[in-house]
Design a protein around this ligand. Structure first.
Ligand SMILES: Nc1ncnc2c1ncn2[C@@H]1O[C@H](COP(=O)(O)OP(=O)(O)O)[C@@H](O)[C@H]1O
Ligand SMILES: O=P(O)(O)OC[C@H](O)CO
Length: 519
């Protein structure tokens, strides 16, 4: 790996800059980047997690928009720069989370329904019986699951009084968080642009992967009226300019020039521009995404076929994704619900106080199991318990759960794509855990590599926005910015790995079928 910097690149802190907003599941942040892709300033704010019933998760979209404005203003202030120093702003976001709002007032008509929310399970089962799973897989690349946006829209229209009539009258707009943020940034009720990008649209169960358009037959089967849908655009182009409101005063006229779902943005930020390159992001959940170039690979192993990115008029780049619902949130659960640690980082210290898992395996099927199983009837188990097991062994089992779930996804990717994983690029909050990263390398039997800029999600959105306005010229410019910060190589012997993997798979089996019909 070379450490040489391309000639003519500004040193850290010199303008001009690109700003990126990451509207995430637990917080919104804004980061200002320089031309080397280095962080100049960051501002971040958490928002409330609303749990009205078991399995339901909501966010207040108004709170989120207020936080976005605050963190953008905060990042600009911390960087000590002005409007003229910023060439464009990009957006990346938690995907699938669904908001409906009134186009005239800009008021959301209900809390946003979050990607983790399982209220549409029964609806998805019914759609599967009536329409069949295969058609959805074939046209959208996705299994019918409560994870995706389309069924959440249908739920809102069916369950909130008067909404279907308002939607059919053209008074409502639908969006995932990219759409909500872009619409508000570009003027809201006063001419805001109602757009989404191909990566976010590919998570709705409503977009046809082959045409990159909303699929009218599928929209009709799910029960989503076309007039509420945003226009589907590429991931890197100017959608409009910042106008109106608090940010209009501060940054009016700045082009809003990218939108990518956060996992696709991380793929972009990790510069996985070649077919076969993959990254895995370790946050609340974990998402491994592999670039499959112009190939739409139908998964027979429980992965999602999705759009990786599309730059302007270029051909779309497709991807395979393995989504894991619970990884970092299991560490949070150990801290907040169990009280076994007081900070997330303590899980490592506790786990390092013992040699191994003491025979315990923890499968955190808290929202059922996502990839590669897609079983909403699964619930969490701790298997292999004896009186020997201590909280330190459980801490090990918690970390191992993340690594084994990744291994299962990696196996599925190799099966579906024919590409052997030679190294895995990682990022996200959990990658600060060295024991976890070593365990991952051991379980994958492949090197694990972390880049210098761990904020790859924002970086990807900044890169896409920068390409759209000519701040960077090509993806080669971006590749030159990627630098390795740390690498872990496998140390575990094959016999131990195989035995442990068998035990893990036995524990996974025991989670299945816990919920009975429609429970
Ligand atoms: N040292 C650590 N070891 C294990 N997990 C960690 C550690 N630090 C943070 N986490 C977990 O990582 C998650 C936060 O990562 P982040 O990338 O900010 O997530 P997100 O973008 O999904 O909000 C939390 O769920 C937290 O429990
Ligand atoms: O906000 P994150 O990082 O938890 O990501 C959420 C994913 O986009 C859900 O698909």
């Amino acid at each position: 790996m070379t450490d040489a910097r391309p000639a003519g690149i500004a040193s850290h802190g010199q303008g001009p800059f690109i700003a990126a907003i990451d509207q995430g599941t637990t917080s919104s942040r804004c980061i200002v980047f320089d031309r080397d892709g280095r962080i100049v300033s960051v501002d971040q704010k958490e928002h409330e997690q609303i749990f009205p019933r078991p399995g339901w998760v909501e966010h207040d979209a108004t709170e989120i928009w207020a936080n976005v404005q605050e963190v953008v203003a905060g990042a600009i202030r911390k960087a000590g720069i002005t409007r003229d120093d910023i060439k464009a702003i990009g957006i990346t976001n938690q995907r699938e989370t669904t908001v409906l709002w009134d186009r005239n007032t800009g008021e959301p008509v209900h809390n946003a329904i979050v990607w983790q929310d399982t209220r549409t399970d029964a609806l998805c089962k019914e759609l599967g019986r009536n329409v069949g799973q295969d058609r959805f897989r074939r046209e959208t690349g996705l299994p019918l699951a409560s994870y995706f946006a389309g069924p959440k829209v249908r739920w809102l229209l069916d369950n909130v009084e008067g909404l279907r009539e308002r939607a059919e009258a053209g008074d409502l707009l639908f969006g995932t968080m990219d759409t909500w943020v872009v619409w508000n940034l570009t003027g809201g009720p006063n001419g805001g642009r109602h757009v989404t990008d191909v990566t976010n649209a590919s998570r709705t169960l409503l977009m046809n992967l082959h045409t990159m358009e909303w699929d009218p037959r599928i929209c009709q089967s799910i029960g989503v009226p076309p007039q509420i849908l945003p226009e589907i655009r590429s991931s890197a182009e100017v959608y409009g300019e910042i106008r109106g409101g608090r940010l209009g005063e501060l940054l009016g006229g700045i082009p809003v020039a990218s939108a990518l779902g956060d996992q696709q943005a991380a793929l972009f930020g990790q510069t996985c521009f070649s077919e076969g390159e993959a990254k895995s992001t370790y946050g609340t959940g974990t998402f491994m995404v592999m670039n499959t170039g112009d190939r739409i690979i139908n998964s027979y192993s429980g992965l999602l076929t999705t759009v990786g990115y599309r730059i302007g008029d270029d051909k779309p780049v497709y991807a395979l994704e393995g989504s894991i619902a619970v990884t970092g949130s299991l560490v949070q659960w150990m801290r907040d619900q169990m009280g076994l640690i007081s900070t997330a980082a303590e899980i490592e210290t506790l786990a390092l106080s013992v040699e191994d898992n003491g025979g315990a395996y923890f499968v955190p099927a808290f929202s059922g199991l996502f990839a590669p199983y897609w079983r909403s009837d699964a619930r969490g188990v701790i298997a292999g318990l004896t009186r020997y097991v201590t909280k330190a062994h459980l801490a090990r089992a918690v970390l191992e759960a993340t690594a084994w779930q990744t291994r299962e996804i990696a196996d599925a990717m190799t099966k579906d794509s024919g590409v052997e994983l030679t190294a895995l690029k990682v990022d996200g909050g959990m990658t600060s855990n060295n024991l976890l990263m070593q365990t991952l390398a051991d379980f994958l039997d492949a090197p694990v590599v972390r880049p210098m800029v761990a904020e790859t999600t924002c970086l990807g959105a900044a890169y896409a926005a920068g390409l759209a306005v000519g701040f960077w010229n090509s993806t080669d410019d971006l590749r030159a910015n990627w630098r390795r910060a740390a690498e872990w190589t496998p140390r575990m012997d094959a016999e131990t790995r195989d035995r442990e993997y068998r035990n893990w798979l036995k524990a996974v089996e025991r989670t299945m079928g816990w919920l009975e019909n429609e429970e």
